[in-house]
Design a protein around this ligand. Structure first.
Ligand code: AMP
Ligand code: ZN
Length: 113
């Protein structure tokens, strides 16, 4: 099945990458919801948070650690930022390749809509 984020990993679709290693990649969201809006994704296709298996725990943690490093690099860590994982339609997921949103550069409201 075609997957936009697998296409980015494979270099078949353009993206503005900010970080890459052997397990994950990170790039700017095409429709930013904040001054800084980065998506951190595994290279492996996993459809969403609910599809993460026990064996993916280190990978899932790595997504968070990488997001924190990017927040530092982009200068938003001191003021704070938000990390979001959306699951399924009610959760607001629109791309079914698991991705961690890193949002910052403005004050976030709570609770979410
Ligand atoms: P979600 O709604 O949690 O599934 O988030 C999907 C995110 O992917 C949205 O914020 C989209 O703007 C973003 N997005 C979709 N296609 C692309 C793309 N080709 N490059 C970068 N970001 C994308
Ligand atoms: Zn994929």
């Amino acid at each position: 099945m075609a997957c936009a984020f697998c296409d980015i990993i494979a270099g078949r679709r353009p993206a503005t990458l900010v970080y890459e290693d052997e397990r994950v990649a990170a790039f700017h969201d095409i429709h930013p919801a904040a001054p800084v809006h980065i998506l951190v994704i595994p290279r492996e296709h996993i459809s969403g948070p609910d599809a993460l298996a026990a064996g993916d725990a280190t990978l899932a943690g790595h997504l968070i650690v990488v997001a924190g490093r990017i927040a530092q690099d982009l200068g938003i860590a001191a003021d704070g930022y938000r990390l979001v994982l959306n699951e399924g339609r009610q959760g607001g997921q629109s791309v079914f390749h698991v991705h961690l949103h890193l949002l910052g550069g403005r004050r976030m409201s709570w609770p979410l809509g």
